[in-house]
Ligand binder design. Structure first.
Ligand SMILES: C[S@@+](CC[C@H](N)C(=O)[O-])C[C@H]1O[C@@H](n2cnc3c(N)ncnc32)[C@H](O)[C@@H]1O
Length: 166
């Protein structure tokens, strides 16, 4: 395993779940295609939740999607590419804008984003909360979700990426 991943739990573990206030503020969502396993998930992120067992990546996505994706590089890119094609949803992502994923997939396709002012206190499978080593951002695909971001009141810097371009 890559030494950087060993030192960085966010890069090697997927068990960092979204706090409820984020979903309450930005939702409701129709689908979470990369949901936590049913026995450890802290609450419902959407009426339809697909876990790793369901392989949400290779199913047909419908409606407004909530996406806090797995962090491994390949899966992360595949989920973001699928969201870009679906073009109707909001993702919670690590701030890594120098990364090829941002340059090649997110910046060309997403409508807007918020650089979050505060670190998100993610929920661990045992119910405790913890701060990651990185800041987070919220990314919207599609006009409906751009409006949700703009009107959310979430502290941070809103940036229009492709508003008016598509
Ligand atoms: C960072 S967690 C976020 C969980 C949830 N979406 C949330 O917002 O709290 C990412 C989840 O994706 C799941 N996952 C990994 N590969 C998946 C796949 N192919 N299909 C669906 N879920 C997957 C992992 O098991 C993990 O629970």
């Amino acid at each position: 395993m890559d030494i950087r991943q060993q030192k960085n739990p966010l890069a090697s573990r997927d068990d960092w779940y979204t706090p409820r206030w984020v979903i309450d503020t930005l939702g409701p969502f129709d689908l979470d295609p990369c949901a936590a396993p049913a026995d450890v998930r802290p609450f419902q992120t959407a009426p339809t939740m697909w876990t790793e067992k369901d392989d949400g990546l290779n199913r047909q996505w419908n409606g407004v999607v909530w996406m806090n994706p797995p962090y491994s590089r390949v899966l992360l890119r595949q989920f973001c590419e699928k969201m870009a094609r679906h073009n109707n949803g909001i993702a919670l992502l690590i701030n890594r804008q120098d990364n090829v994923l941002w340059q090649e997939v997110i910046f060309p396709t997403a409508m807007s984003m918020i650089f979050m002012r505060h670190r998100v206190r993610f929920i661990r499978p045992d119910g405790t909360t913890g701060n990651p080593f990185f800041g987070s951002c919220l990314v919207a695909w599609g006009y409906k979700c751009d409006r949700r971001l703009r009107q959310s009141g979430i502290e941070g810097k809103y940036v229009a990426l492709n508003v008016g371009q598509f």
